[in-house]
Design a binder for this molecule. Structure first.
Ligand code: 9MR
Length: 468
């Protein structure tokens, strides 16, 4: 089972925000002791420097879709941890991932994401319980009465496993057809159970985890059109009959053929006016440069203009891992540099990049102070793997480095080469320093390796590189 929630970022308590508070505290104390300065208001002008912290100051979350197999990549984890206050498992909670065979549930990859999120104080969006896609063949083969009980059992089992851990669930995903018909999409659920399957799924979900917000989620519903009208009518009907629904997710996958609609804000608002929260759930906008940045800024401003728009999730972190990577639709480039789109989103949230933030990869910082650590799995076998961490000096030479590598029990490190490890008391965290390879010229790299037994997954968590 998953550890229960111990703290939350709701209301602005991101780690980044915590750092900001610490800085403000120190600044405030210094100013108070130098009374002649009388410059206290300056401290309040210090805007949040990350997406999560800036969104929190507006009472909202800023999330990312996350894939479990990237969590071991140091820059991926560092960017996620620094910038985002919510995660959505990109594929790991879908039906084919968690119940590949009837009644046989497999939560390990989804748990990896939830555990990571919880350890960072992030919220989790559950995605998704009932969807026609990524649906195992055994479900499509069932007759109506079996399908009904399989659907309700799936919802109950998955939501029970994550009870208390999920802030919002996409209970039903993409149940309406594209185009002008406003009809329901053909699917095993629609075809065998009829329109009532959506209502039944929401009722089962509410009975299982009454604390989770229950959302209907879809795409091409971002502006006012026949499809969004059909969803609107369904939500209105649910609200009038007391069918439990709390939120509507607008996926917001935009590209030149499907641009940000001019009535985006108005559409979000009309749903909010029905008495549900609205969330931007899978945002990505193909493009580059200033045009892309302007679109991102407009989407963020639309959410902020709607009181019940409670948060935004982007569908991935760096462009290279996007489902539409060729369209470079995300906020970070392949090397995790912030794009103009990032700056536009942050600035629309009221934040600004802190010029002195040492965690900011765009901040040149103190010359010579830096190094980065990048993890890859070099070999893998049934019960273990060889890991490799590459250390690269920043723009100036370094004479030493250190990196924390954390294994998941019962995994154990059997040997380390090209690095000297020391261990914490749990035996799970090793701090690796150079053996012979501490001195690196500016931009030069070295690597160390290690053999792990006790499980081929999950990969280790590799912390930030500290240079000396
Ligand atoms: O990003 C997901 C991609 O990795 C999967 O291959 C794909 C399979 O259908 O699903 C993608 O995520 C989808 C999301 O779950 C629902 N809305 C559309 C998203 C993009 O296809």
């Amino acid at each position: 089972m998953i550890r229960k929630r111990t703290r939350t970022r709701a209301g602005g308590g991101t780690p980044a925000h915590g750092r900001l508070r610490a800085v403000l505290g120190a600044t405030t104390t210094a100013l108070l002791t130098v009374t002649a300065l009388a410059a206290l208001p300056q401290t309040t002008a210090h805007a949040a420097g990350t997406l999560g912290a800036a969104a929190a100051e507006k009472g909202r979350y800023f999330g990312a879709a996350v894939a479990a197999n990237h969590l071991g990549e140091a820059q991926y984890a560092a960017t996620l941890n620094r910038e985002f206050s919510s995660v959505t498992p990109e594929n790991e909670m879908k039906w084919d991932a968690v119940e590949p065979n009837r009644g046989s549930f497999s939560f390990s990859r989804a748990d990896q994401i939830v555990n990571h999120a919880r350890s960072q104080g992030m919220d989790v969006r559950g995605h998704t319980l009932v969807w026609h896609s990524q649906l195992p063949g055994w479900v499509s083969g069932l007759g109506a009465s079996d399908l009904r009980s399989a659907m309700n059992n799936h919802i109950t089992q998955v939501m029970t496993h994550y009870k208390g851990e999920i802030h919002s669930w996409d209970v039903v995903n993409e149940a309406f057809q594209d185009g002008g018909s406003g009809a329901r999409r053909s699917s095993p659920f629609q075809d065998k159970l009829g329109n009532g399957f959506i209502e039944e799924a929401f009722r089962t979900a509410r009975a299982t985890d009454p604390a989770a917000k229950l959302c209907y989620n879809d795409y091409n519903t971002d502006g006012v059109n026949a499809k969004s009208n059909a969803v609107y009518d369904m939500v209105k009907d649910f609200k009038s009959r007391g069918v439990p629904i709390d939120c509507v997710g607008f996926q917001s996958h935009f590209n030149p053929n499907s641009p940000v609609p001019s009535d985006y804000r108005a559409n979000l608002q009309r749903f909010a006016d029905l008495g549900v929260d609205v969330q931007i759930t899978e945002l990505d906008i193909e493009g580059s440069g200033q045009a892309q940045a302007t679109n991102y800024g407009n989407v963020v401003r639309a959410c902020l203009a709607v009181t019940r728009c409670t948060g935004i999730t982007v569908w991935g972190i760096p462009d290279k891992y996007s489902w539409r990577s060729s369209g470079t639709p995300l906020l970070f480039d392949d090397n995790y540099n912030k794009k103009p789109a990032y700056d536009a989103a942050l600035s629309a949230l009221g934040g600004t990049t802190d010029p002195d933030d040492p965690d900011d990869p765009d901040d040149p910082g103190t010359p010579g102070a830096g190094c980065t650590a990048t993890y890859t799995t070099a070999e893998q076998w049934g019960s273990g793997y060889n890991g490799k961490v590459t250390i690269t000096a920043g723009s100036s030479p370094i004479t030493g480095w250190s990196v924390d590598v954390t294994m998941t029990s019962p995994q154990k490190v059997l040997s380390v080469w090209n690095g000297s490890p020391t261990w914490d008391s749990s035996g799970n965290v090793m701090t690796v320093r150079p053996s012979w390879n501490g001195s690196l010229a500016a931009g030069a790299s070295t690597s160390f390796g290690f053999t792990v037994s006790g499980g081929a997954s999950p990969p280790p968590q590799v912390g930030a590189c500290t240079a000396s």
